[in-house]
Ligand binder design. Structure first.
Ligand SMILES: [Zn+2]
Length: 161
């Protein structure tokens, strides 16, 4: 016996099968009891569905529908909600780049800081002590003074040999 044809029973019932499939299904239905029973159930179901009355809209449905359509047609268009697809492509690319930088950059910065050689915090007392030791024989602010030789006589009146 050929393969069961249950998956092709619905298109067979709708007359949607090609000639080759149609022959196979018909031959199989003559030989296979279980597929024939499934086909009969499908036929019964289809008949029951077709026998159902068409649904009737509630009274005034058409008027309400027309009124609503007119109202929505007259209403000003609302701007699209702010979403990913309202962002223009160049800004989308920039947003993605920024997100990647944040996602990758923050952990990288944290790791770099974590594994960097630890610098000793500035010891202000030691700094001031060293500054005072180095500048003890210089008057305060001497570093900024222009380097020229002070003399009582101007250069033009220098003593001639
Ligand atoms: Zn079968």
């Amino acid at each position: 016996m050929s393969k069961h044809v249950i998956d092709r029973l619905s298109p067979y019932l709708d007359g949607a099968l090609g000639a080759a499939d149609l022959e196979q299904v018909e031959a199989h239905l003559e030989a296979c009891v279980s597929c024939r029973r499934a086909y009969q159930e499908l036929q019964t179901l289809q008949g029951l569905v077709r026998a159902l009355p068409d649904p009737e809209p509630s009274p005034g449905f058409t008027d309400r529908l027309h009124w609503r359509l007119q109202r929505e047609g007259a209403a000003p268009r609302r701007p699209a909600p702010l979403g990913w697809f309202s962002v223009r492509p160049p800004f989308r690319v920039a947003l993605v780049c920024a997100a990647v930088l944040v996602v990758l950059g923050l952990p990288a910065a944290w790791m770099a800081d974590r594994f960097a050689p630890q610098k000793a915090p500035l010891d202000t007392d030691a700094y001031v002590r060293e500054y005072l030791l180095l500048s003890v024989d210089r008057p305060l602010g001497d570093e900024a003074a222009p380097a020229f030789v002070l003399s009582d006589t101007p250069a033009s009146e220098s003593p001639r040999p």
